[in-house]
Design a protein. Structure first.
Length: 213
């Protein structure tokens, strides 16, 4: 799995570089570079001043942009590969418990805060979503996903079973999606060999337990 994920990350990185280079080749003048964040964001303050003062030709500007983006892409890829390796080397899971506490907010009504406890053979870790505010979306599933997605062991489980769960709504690229409703998640974990149950609830809390079958 690790080799496949790294190869996919490298492929996507090469495509991003290719797409950016194509965009740079279409630049007509220096004003186009300075007027939009997409190109301007890739430049140092000194280079921006040089362009504004007319010290660089369009050919030089394009070369600088391409080299800068290649450097940025290489750093991003290195970070992504480090993350992939950390996820793939994470401990396996026996049990997960997600507890969601609801607290009143003067602005947003009741806000959920999820705590996720992950247990494995000789392994334990805990993660917290923080308070989830706003309105117009499922805050409970957002809190659930925010907490559980911090676990590299959970992400390893989802990526390992990505072909089994690819047609099930509620996940993306080795993560659970928030805002989609907690009801989506049991089917995902079922395909991964785990049983998810709604094990306790009260006026201000909900508890979900996920156990290896």
């Amino acid at each position: 799995m690790k080799k496949t994920l790294i190869q996919q990350a490298e492929k996507e990185s090469r495509k991003r570089v290719k797409d950016f280079v194509s965009s740079v080749n279409e630049i007509k003048d220096s004003e186009e570079v300075l007027s939009g964040w997409y190109f301007r964001d890739k430049l140092t303050p000194a280079k921006k001043r040089d362009i504004k003062n007319g010290k660089l030709s369009l050919t030089q500007i394009k070369h600088i942009l391409k080299e800068r983006f290649k450097l940025i892409a290489a750093k991003d890829l290195a970070k992504e590969i480090d993350l992939i390796e950390s996820i793939c080397d994470a401990p396996d899971i026996n049990r997960i418990q997600v507890q969601i506490e609801w607290r009143k907010s003067a602005t947003w009504g009741n806000n959920p805060n999820a705590t996720c406890e992950v247990n494995g053979p000789d392994y334990y870790d805990s993660f917290n979503s923080g308070s989830i505010g706003g309105c117009g979306y499922c805050k409970k599933s957002t809190a659930f996903a925010e907490a559980i997605n911090q676990s590299h062991s959970v992400r390893k489980l989802l990526l390992k079973n990505r072909n089994k769960i690819k047609d099930i709504y509620g996940h993306r690229r080795g993560k659970l999606e928030g805002g989609v409703g907690v009801e989506c998640y049991p089917k995902i974990f079922e395909k991964c060999g785990y049983k998810m149950e709604y094990t306790a609830n009260g006026k201000t809390f909900d508890v979900y337990t996920i156990v290896k079958k």
